[in-house]
Design a protein around this ligand. Structure first.
Ligand code: F6R
Length: 612
């Protein structure tokens, strides 16, 4: 979490930093700040969003062609003006921004206090800038060298950018465990947590590796050194991101735009990867490893949040089609529970951002035990995509709304293609079923478009239940993860308590909650355990619960029982999660908007969870 951006060049830095921070606000938005080099090193920072920072800075000197900016998601110290970044060193000659956590900040701080340092904030970050100051002063070093030596004493994760009043033509960046991209323009450089603040100025970037330090000086090539002081040759990547993808394009919120983008994002996830006529699926990114995957005694999927829900759908798909045992683990649990991992295991990490700290750490653990590690990531060049042996990008395009929508449907699409590919390789699927699924997959983008046409109906239903205090979501089989995902979407953006349950589990406890005040969303497509889900609906009705049913077009039985019906087109059972999740996204969206919630930036959340 936290977004960082820095600029050094010939242009005015302030507008670049503010625009960049707005792009990065999805990473945290409890306070924001900048430092500009003009009459001196001037830090302006305050609690609140980037817009609050702009208002605060409007009366200040915002000139200067060198600057750093930060948008925060608090870890150490409450969100307030003092704890906002940048932080000065004690002598106010250095200013630093940081994304990550300095785990050993306490002993470092105690040592620095003994040496006379006085701290103003409760943050671990301030300790780091004092440490750099201390090293620089005691050993009379350049900023780059002082940063490098200070970082050898640090345990934890960081992406930092540092400015020095005594050396105004330089910005130093460094990273470990938190992402950092260097943008290389003409006579100018950028640093940022991801490429979104950089894209309109240059498409040439370097993804800094862990424990690398970059020195950016106008008129010179960037110098990248390892923490052991070895000079490295940076590899320059070309960005493929489009600027339009980062803007709302006429929609009120990014979340709504991203929900409506799904026909295209799903097409992009499958483009060039399946061929109905020849009846084949190809996933170029994993082709060297698919034999290993097909032979695996088991596959372990690690992920968090929405990506974990996609992983559950993946489990059902891979087990059902490719007949390989799959376990789905919360990355945060997996990494700390001493799991059994063997060299013939395949571990698949699913992550939109590709930066989630727990997922990354789970993968590192699996890799250290010799497992093959595969990524299903959305962000090209992200940390997870770089440490995995192979992988398939979801190609959903940038997802900016904090609540994940199009990333989920793209993850499920890619997992379906993976399951089909492995099934074909293993010969575990009948050709007729394989062809049927492929033919249905081809229709999915148009069918999602059709589902989106029910937006007004969903909005009406949202209006009926916007004041409810609890919601229950029920589904079976492939649609149990959809129920979990529907409940997560609602709680994270509307702050209504919601639970997802396997429909048949309801009678083992949650049924006690049902009364006339309880809306129950049931995913009841005509495939799979339809009859059984109908019985579950009856059980809810008998207790006066209100039913919102997602049913297959033309359904009459579920429709007769339900208070509200949302239809989705007929498709194969394996594909229902893609279609059924769309109305649930819309339902959460409209309820949250009607409750006056900030849909794109829900409280306490951040999009890229780079702390554990
Ligand atoms: C929910 C949501 C989160 C993320 C989770 C994992 O809408 O967005 O639950 O799914 O933080 O993030 P990634 O996929 O980036 O690893």
């Amino acid at each position: 979490m936290c977004g960082i951006v820095a600029y050094i060049g010939k242009k005015e830095a302030y507008p670049i930093l503010i625009k960049g921070l707005k792009r990065l606000e999805y990473r945290g938005y409890d306070s924001a700040g900048i430092c500009l080099l003009n009459s001196g090193l001037n830090v302006y920072k305050c609690k609140g969003k980037v817009a609050d920072l702009e208002a605060f800075a409007s009366s200040k000197d915002i000139s200067g062609t060198v600057g750093i900016g930060h948008t925060r998601w608090a870890t150490h110290g409450e969100p307030n003006d003092v704890n906002a970044h940048p932080h000065y060193s004690g002598n106010e000659k250095l200013a630093l921004i940081h994304n990550g956590i300095i785990e050993n900040y306490d002993p470092l701080k105690k040592e620095l206090v003994k040496r006379g340092h006085i701290f103003k904030s409760d943050t671990d970050t301030e300790v780091l800038v004092h440490l750099i100051e201390d090293v620089q002063a005691n050993e009379n070093l350049s900023l780059a060298e002082a940063v490098r030596i200070a970082l050898t004493q640090v345990v934890g994760a960081y992406a930092i950018a540092v400015m020095d009043k005594s050396d105004p033509n330089v910005i130093i960046g460094a990273k470990k465990g938190s992402p950092m991209v260097v943008g290389i323009g003409k006579n100018e450089f950028f640093l940022a947590s991801d490429a979104t603040p950089i894209i309109e100025y240059t498409n040439e970037v370097v993804y800094l590796e862990d424990e690398q330090i970059v020195e950016l000086r106008v008129g010179q090539d960037p110098i990248v050194r390892s923490i052991e002081n070895e000079v490295m040759t940076p590899y320059i990547h070309e960005l493929e991101m489009k600027l339009e993808a980062l803007e709302k394009g006429g929609y009120e919120h990014f979340m709504l735009k991203e929900i409506f983008e799904q026909p295209r994002s799903i097409s992009d996830s499958m483009r060039g990867r399946y061929h109905v006529q020849s009846g084949t699926v190809t996933l170029g990114g994993i082709s060297d490893y698919e034999q290993k995957m097909a032979n695996a005694k088991r596959i372990i999927i690690v992920a968090c949040g929405t990506s974990w829900h996609a992983g559950l759908v993946g489990e059902y798909l891979i087990e059902d089609l490719a007949r390989i045992p799959v376990e789905v683990e919360y990355a945060s649990e997996f990494r700390y529970r001493n799991p059994i991992i063997n060299e013939d295991d395949v571990v698949i990490a699913i992550s939109q951002s590709g930066e989630t700290a727990d997922t990354l750490a789970a993968l590192e653990l699996a890799k250290s035990k010799g497992a093959t590690i595969i990524g299903v990531c959305n962000v090209v060049g992200s940390s997870i995509s770089r440490i995995t042996d192979a992988g398939s990008y979801t190609h959903a395009g940038p997802e900016i709304g904090v609540a994940s929508t199009k990333a989920f449907t793209s993850q499920v699409t890619v997992l379906l293609l993976m399951a089909l590919r492995l099934a074909h390789k293993k010969g575990s699927i009948a050709e007729s079923r394989f062809q049927r699924i492929l033919a249905s997959l081809e229709k999915i983008p148009a069918q999602v478009e059709e589902v989106l046409q029910s937006a007004e109906l969903v909005k009406y239903i949202a209006g009926q239940y916007k004041d409810s205090r609890n919601f229950l979501y029920l589904g079976r089989g492939y649609n149990f993860p959809v129920a979990l995902e529907g409940a997560l979407k609602l709680k994270e953006i509307s702050y209504i308590h919601a639970e997802g349950y396997p429909a048949a589990e309801m009678k083992h406890g949650p049924i006690a909650l049902i009364d006339a005040e309880m809306p129950v969303v049931v995913i009841a497509p005509s495939k799979g355990s339809y009859e059984k889900v109908l019985s579950n609906i009856q059980e809810v009705k008998a207790r006066k619960g209100k039913i919102i049913a997602v049913v297959t077009k033309g359904d009459t039985s579920a429709a007769e029982l339900a208070d509200h019906v949302i239809e989705i087109p007929e498709t194969e059972e394996e594909l229902v999660p893609i279609l059924a999740s769309v109305p649930l996204q819309l339902l959460s969206y409209y309820i949250a908007v009607m409750r006056g919630c900030n849909v794109d930036q829900p409280r306490n959340l951040a999009k890229s969870v780079t702390v554990e």
